[in-house]
Structures are given as structure tokens and as C-alpha cells.
Design a protein around this ligand. Sequence first.
Ligand code: MN
Length: 500
Amino acid sequence: MNYKDLEVWFVTGAQLLYGGDAVVKVDAHSNEMVKGLNDSGRLPIKVVYKGTANSSAEVSEIMRAANGDTKCVGIITWMHTFSPAKMWIHGLMDYKKPLLHLHTQYNETIPWNEIDMDFMNLNQSAHGDREFGHITSRLRKPRKVVVGYWKDKSTQEKIAIWMRVCAAWEDAQNMRIIRFGDNMNNVAVTDGDKVEAEIRLGYHVDNAPIAKLVPYVEAVTEAEIDALVAEYCNLYDFAPNAAKGGKDHQFVRDAAAQEIGLRRFLVDKKATAFTTSFDELEGMKQLMGFASQRLMAEGFGFGAEGDWKTAALCRTMWVMAQGLPGGCSFLEDYTLNFDGNNSSILQAHMLEINPEIAAKKPRVEVHYLGIGDSGTCARLVFQAHEGEGIACTIVDMGNRFRMICNDVDVIKPKDLPKLPVACALWKPMPNFEIGAGAWILAGGTHHSSFSFSLTKEYMEDYAEIADVELLLIDKDTNIRNFKQDIRNNEVYYMLNKALR
Ligand code: MN
């Protein structure tokens, strides 16, 4: 997975009022800026200059082309001269992909001694970008506004983040999530409206009886298992009972067969995310925990107990983070540790944590798991490394999806000799009391999609593109304002549809 086949289009707004010379200069400047952005090495997706738009017909033509182009994942607009914004109305109303409005200027500083009226007529983004901002606001068009000089690192980094989110958004429009089994009985927070999810977020939630997967696992050959177990031996340590010759080694081989069969099944179905259920395992020798850990590291989104929203979000956040250090994982709020200012939450699951976030070489262990039909299961056991990250979830509020994003500080846990699971320990920001309190007031899940690689700016861009509610919990959060934000949003989303 990478972004090499994707493009972001750059469209410069201008008009013909200032004559042909001005248009030629606008075009030359735009070309130079696009080349500069591409040569900066900071943008993960190629910028393609699509020329200046000088009329309503030209704007509409570019927007329609962008909608139909499979490589184009978003458009950056910039108004070099004053571009009367009525000419953008039809095009922007038609446009269906992410939009970034760059408020910048070709020249960095005012050439105090040379500046004349010709210069002024040409370099008018100061008011041209306000005219464009007005019409995008009037149309209630979601977009990211980036303000800054185009050569500056901070400007380019904001564009880079948005580009990664555009790639993930595009990926989500083609995402298929396979669910092996339904949501865990009676659980509310992980369920939701799958039809609305496809309308609003793009992805398709499918299901497959576990019986369809069983033949894929049974068809895996001993030679294929040998090869994969050899790979495990290179990558991981082994508990004595799980190692070759150990009494429970067969469970590791069974897990390897599950990994190969599950991957083949998902590829056959063109699925990039999946959920499992410990209650739906007829014909399987164990809960597919080890396989889930391994496939998560390859970029398959994962949600436990039928949690399709978290599976989709894990995939989306993995796509955003392509090539960045850190790693991501499905995680669950496991148990609390009250310890004054260091109060924290142990994050784990029965089995399914992505080894990408491990501090040290993971260890293959085999233990009996009593819940549901899980049986005796192989799993990778490790502790996450320390560092800052974000925990995210999407919940269905009945009339809308709500995304919640919490800055968290992952700290070092103590050893857990009797709890053989992979885990992380974090302090939610701004502290345990406010962080956990705000998450609960927001109605957030006990499952989350966690990332060391991303920041809340990615999720802000995602929520803007998807046009879903976003509640951020960070160092500035206080409960009184947070509750008022929730009340305000309640009214906003009630009226939102009427406004559009
Ligand atoms: Mn769970």
C-alpha cells in the first residue's frame, strides 16, 4: 500500500479582467509553486497543476473531471488574483471530493520600492481568497483552510496531513468489511446503522458465515504452515510450550493455517477490514486472535466482537499513517489503575493487539481462553512502547455519527505475569479524571482505534471531509465546556440538514 498512483489537483483561481499578460504570469507562478511543493519532499502525494480557472464553465469542467478521475483524491484551490466567486458556485456544488483552500501568495514579502498597480492587480490573494472563502462558507462546503507561505515547512506539513486523510477517505469509499458473526449479543455501543455508514462514510459492511472461511483454513498445506512458522521463529520469541517440540506447538501451527486461510478469504472477497466473534467459531480450532494480530500489521482493519465501526476506523487510520513511524492498533479499555496524577487505563484485549506497537520482540504464547468457544489460543504477548498517541472511535448517536478523539500518553506498565495478553497503559489527556469523564459523557466505546503515528489534526481533517461530528479531548478540555459543546452540537446537527 502506498500513495504513488494518487494525485491531488491544484487549481488556481483568476479572471480575465487584467488582460492576457496577467494570465500568463499567474500560470507561470502556479507552475513554479506546484513544482516547489512537489520538490519539497514533504508531500506524500503528487500535486498536479490543472491550470487557471477564469470562468464558471472552466471551474465546472475541472470539478466534473476531478469527480470522475480515479487517481484524483482531492483539490487544492488558491486565488492568485481576485476571482469573482459566483463563478465557483456550480462547480463547487457539483464537486464531491475533499477540498483544501490554500491561502498563500506567490511572493513572500512586499517589494516596497517596486510595488505598483500592476503588481497589485496580479497578487491579490489577500482579498481573492476571502471572496472564495465566502462562497465556500455560503455553500456550507466542508474544506480545510491552510494559511501560510507555500514554501514554509508548517504550511506544507498541514497539506501533507490533509493529503494522507484524502487517501484514507478514498480508500474508505471502496472499503468492504467482512463480519464473521454479528455484534456481541446485547452490546449497544459497537453497533449502529450500516446503511447510514455507507451513505455517510462510504464503506460497505458485509457478513460471512464462519462456515465459508473454514474450507479456506482447511485447504492450507503443511508446507505452507512450515514456511509461516519459520517466519514466526525469525520474528518472535516463543514460550517453551509454544515452541517447536513443545506440547502446545500444534496450536501455533493451527493459528498459522488460520492466518493463511483468513488472508486468502479476505483477498478473494476484496475486503480490507474484518471482525470476529468468540461466539461464532463452529469448525474453527481456536479464536483467530494470532491471525488478527498479524493481519492488522499488514493493514487489514480489525474489530473484535463484530465491531465493524472500529474495524473500519483501524483500516482508515492505517492508510493515513503509511510510511510514518509508530504503528496503530485495535485496543480496549481493560481495567483502571488509580494512582494520583499517574492514574491510567490498561489497554488490552483477549488476543488481538497489533504487534507494530510493541516495545520489544513479541513472544508467542499458548493459553486456554475460557470465553465463548475460543478454546486454547496462540497469541503474541508484548507491551506497547511509550509515547504520545491518539485513541479514536465513532459512535452512532441515532441522528448522526460522532467521532471522539482523545490525546493519550502511553506509559510503561508493570509486568503482568498472570495476564498473558498484549497491552498498553495510557493516561488520557488532560488527565485521567477529565479524559475518561469526557469520553464517557460523549458516549464513546470501550473499543478504540489507536495510533502512535497520527495526531488529532488528521481526525479533524477526516471529520471535516466526512462531515461528521467531532469531539476532541486534549490538554485544553474541561468538563463544563465539553458538556456545553455536546449540547451545542445536538442543536447544530438537528438543524444541519435543514440548512443544506
Ligand atoms: Mn472487546
